[in-house]
Design a protein around this ligand. Sequence first.
Ligand code: IVH
Length: 754
Amino acid sequence: MDRESARQRLSELRREIAEHDHRYYVLARPTISDAEYDRLYDELLDLERRFPDLVTPDSPSQRVGGAPIEGFRHVRHAVPMLSLEKARTAHELQLFDARVRRALEGEEVAYHVEPKIDGVSISLIYRDGSLQLAATRGDGEVGDDITANARTIRSIPLRLRVERPPALLEVRGEAYMDRAGFAELNRKLREAGEEPFPNARNATAGSLKLLDPRLVAQRPLRAVFYAVVRCEGLEFATHAEALAWLRSAGLATPAFTAVCGSIAEVLDRCRELRERETELPYDIDGAVVKLNRLEHWRRLGLKPKHPAWAIAYKPRDWVEQARTRLVDITVQVGRSGVLTPVAELEPVFLDGSTVSRATLHNADEIERKDIRIGDVVVVEKAGMVIPAVVEPLPEFRTGAERRFRMPDRCPVCGGPVVRGRLSSGEGEEVAWRCDNLDCPAQKARRLEYFCRRAGLDIEGIGGIVADRLIERGLVDDPLDLYELRAEELARLNLGTEEEPRVFGEKNAARVLSALERSRRAPLERWLSALGIPEVGDVTARELAVRHRTLADVAESPWLRAIVRRNALLEERRRLRSRAAPAPDTADREHRGRRVAEITAEIARLERQIGAGGRSPVGPVQAAAVLNFFASPRGRMILQRLAALKIEPQGGAASEESTAAGGPLAGQTYVLTGTLNSMSREQAAQRIRELGGTVTDSVSRRTTALIVGQDPGEAKTRRAAELGVPTMDEAAFLRLISNAGDSPPPPRPAQPELF
Ligand code: IVH
């Protein structure tokens, strides 16, 4: 064959092969057999071998180019790769819609709904139609140049399939591994005696980071593109148009997209997307809702971290799971000495953030689920809750896994570990705990608790600062803070001997002024901060409105009455119980008299307690408070506060605002997490005004758990165990506004549907 006909034939072959790659990898509709494809490919290789000078960079043979590289060149993104703001509830999506409509002043708005692909973000630049650069996201500003690796991905065209390509095109998308490809890769790795990847996302990220493109070429990578960020020489009016053009140019775009005129319609499409999630070849982690008109993108612009024209929608009840390796199990010591095993994980991207630690709940659960160190495990994040290890995947075991054993000495102080019952306000829990009240870890966590925002709000004394203050002996009990000198605190070394990092004068001054302010904090905050067993913020408030000073709480006749009433109720129950041996007549009379006496005393106590004896502070809590102040530590606290002239003030039981007979009468709520529209205290106040009760812990009597952002794990878990309904902020707002208009009775919110 002469050179000219070879040139012609090569150009035909390139076009044909690119066409078949496109049909196979992008459209998933191949039109020729593998054998026919191989024939075309072999012919191309043969001709290129005979005419090496006719090889072009966009030839399919050039997908795998040169030799392995040393490392990746850094590239600065012309347009930063931003992340997306998140909406967790339909209400948050509505807030986004309201903001958008306000900014666009009543103009007609259309939204584009698409899947949020859980892969690895990449950016491609085509110049005059040829792939010039592929980059990873990196820190959003600077990423890695992974062009050689991206060229091996056959769903990425080396040349755009359009007659007149734009001079410059930059597109953003996700590289991923489809489910079948991922399973096959793991099978091969296992066969070769190598460690399989715990999930497709890690496999994709790991593959893109390989320094040898020949190895990358063997990985089943794909890519899909969801945004045009720069384009010179072409204009699109809408995002949908831009995606359609990308498809015509040979780039894959997400399936199941829709253009919607309202948020109600957006929610419908999101629900549909969720139902059909498994039909997609990639994992998704929500939906992305974008404004459709590109003019609107320009008008709304960018916020510091997110575009203002898009939002990711991921409802709370969409439980996000991922697989990763459990590298180790460490043991943490809490404020009351409870030892909690913590899963140390190979970092995994889960629900918008990288997770490297997760809770394992307790040692019993580890044993029950047979979770072993070294296992590949499923981790889960339901809504904003702290990630938890759900289960091990025994099929990944190699035999090198180890079982976990709770240490018999505290990992921090070396003190004895005891297994004891721990009353958690609602029932009892068996827990392992460090029995040494002087354990530095316990002290540091107590100090941290004292300083937390809902406590005395001493910013800056948490984590490592608390650890170091205790370690260096500067603080032993939280009250020692009030005797700290600014210089001591400023010199506190948070680093190491070799690399010191001091707390600094400015921070020290800030802490001292917060401490000064805290002297005048109300009784309620002091009661929260002291870390009295069983006393959370709500109980602290209930105690504070009924007592004037800490000494009053310590000696409280009201608390005594609650404890006494409970003891009498028990005694009466026992006396009346049929299980008791049949009494003789004298005994029966004696019992009858005793029951009458008890009943009279209970009635008296109930008058003293108020609210028919149904006080928001239960007997377990009341006893815990009295015991605390009678203990050596409690007595020491009272003495020291007096010496420090700190006299927190409470009182004004008349402030008691529970509206008996209000629309929420008889309902009990527990709050957890942060609400957007009001503080927790305001929310509790509102519930009380409507006649409801607010308590600190979830029990069978709880009507609903109101869940804000970053909710507490214990409360959500307890609610799930007891089948107590949860309510998000939007549902809570509906509840109080409905109740405010008087009946209908409150209904716990339906869980959000995707
Ligand atoms: S739009 C300019 N759309 O989610 C583009 N992002 O949390 C701004 N992602 O970094 C992002 N699917 O890597 C967009 N359909 C989609 C997406 C998507 C997945 C990723 C993307 C982004 C992250 C934000």
